[in-house]
Structures are given as C-alpha cells and as structure tokens.
Design a protein. Structure first.
Length: 211
C-alpha cells in the first residue's frame, strides 16, 4: 500500500509541476506579447502565473531560457513533448508520394505555425539587439530551422522528383529562405495577406525553385 501511495504521490507532484510550468510559459507569452521582453520581469510573470519568482528561476534559470520555452510552446501549439517531426502533419508529408503535394502539405502546416509563433520569433530576433541574452536563443532558433530544412530537403530529394542536378545544399537553402519568419512578417503582418494566400505563394515559390 505504501509503495502505491508513494507512486501516486510522485505522479501527482509531476502533474502539478507540469501544470505550473505550463502556467508560467503561458503567462510569459501573454506578457512578452503585450509588454515586450525587456519590460517583462520574472516577478511580473510569477504574479501572472500564480507562482513564486524563485520557482521560475529554479525551472528555467533565465528569462531568455523561458523565452525559448515560449517559442517551443507556440510553434507546437500545445504543451506535448512531441517534436514537429513526430507530429501527424509530418507523417502526412512523409506518406504523400507526389513531391509537389508534399510541399503543399508542409507549407499548410508551416503557415499555421507561423501564425502562432511569428510574434514570438520577431520578439526574440529584435530583442537580441538590446538584450544579449536573447542572441543565444535566436541562434538556437536558426540552428533548429537549418536542421529541420536539411531533413526535409533530404526527404524531398529522395523522391527523385526534384529538378535534375539539384543538390541537398541548394534544396536546404531554398527551404531555409522561404520558411523564414521574415517573409511571413512582410506579407501577412505588414502587407495584410491572408494566411491562405501566404501559404499558396510560399508553396508555389518553393515548388518552382526545386522542380
């Protein structure tokens, strides 16, 4: 009985810790988007989340690390541990036989991720110019994007349906360019394009460049 109780207690504590972490990430997202990174203090996030500032430092260490956690949350759209590559949208790309349709499916998911995450990406990108702590986070985001586009580029190449003679480095770099948040910022946030128009244009541009 005591072993069952200890197991239950441990499971309950983990659930509570996860709930507090999620509350902190969502509070940080809200305050970052409304007040900016630099103007948002850990103390303010703690009040918003209903936790202590000390607990935030214990879990995240720094405000910049918390900003990365916020990005991971918005890019995924939930608090699940599954990476983008392990989600159903990636599986749909993997099983589709036609490379043009693969690109369309991928870009449809990209558009939704940009819609959720663009403001946070821009906050980190621009914030690093006045707060050095965010420079490391922005570099992480760029590295993750490059890794993801290398994987996607290799997958597209393996279909044998891309332009004759094109190599992985070019495929990767084309993808890297067109999935950048800057294009979403210019076309959707600045010029007012709809999400559907943005996704159609990006898919067409990538397809034209690679096939």
């Amino acid at each position: 009985m005591s072993e069952v109780k200890r197991s239950y207690d441990a499971s309950r504590r983990r659930e509570q810790a996860a709930a507090r972490r999620h509350a902190v990430v969502e509070a940080a997202l809200d305050l970052f988007e409304h007040n900016g990174f630099r103007s948002t203090s850990i103390a303010a996030i703690a009040r918003h989340a209903g936790v202590s500032a000390e607990s935030i430092y214990k879990v995240f260490g720094t405000k910049a690390t918390l900003a990365k956690a916020v990005f991971d949350f918005v890019i995924a759209g939930d608090h699940e541990d599954a990476t983008i590559a392990d989600r159903p949208s990636a599986a749909a790309v993997a099983v589709e036989p036609d490379v043009r349709r693969k690109i369309e499916i991928y870009v449809q998911g990209l558009a939704r991720r940009q819609q959720r995450s663009a403001k946070v990406q821009i906050l980190i990108r621009d914030g690093r110019l006045i707060d050095d702590a965010l420079d490391v986070v922005w570099c992480q985001l760029l590295h993750e994007r490059l890794t993801g586009m290398t994987m996607l580029g290799r997958h597209l190449l393996d279909t044998g349906q891309l332009r004759v003679g094109i190599e992985l480095d070019e495929v990767r770099d084309v993808l890297w360019t067109y999935v950048a948040v800057e294009l979403y910022e210019l076309l959707v946030l600045d010029r007012g394009w709809s999400l559907e128009r943005y996704a159609d244009w990006i898919a067409h541009a990538i397809t034209t460049a690679l096939t």
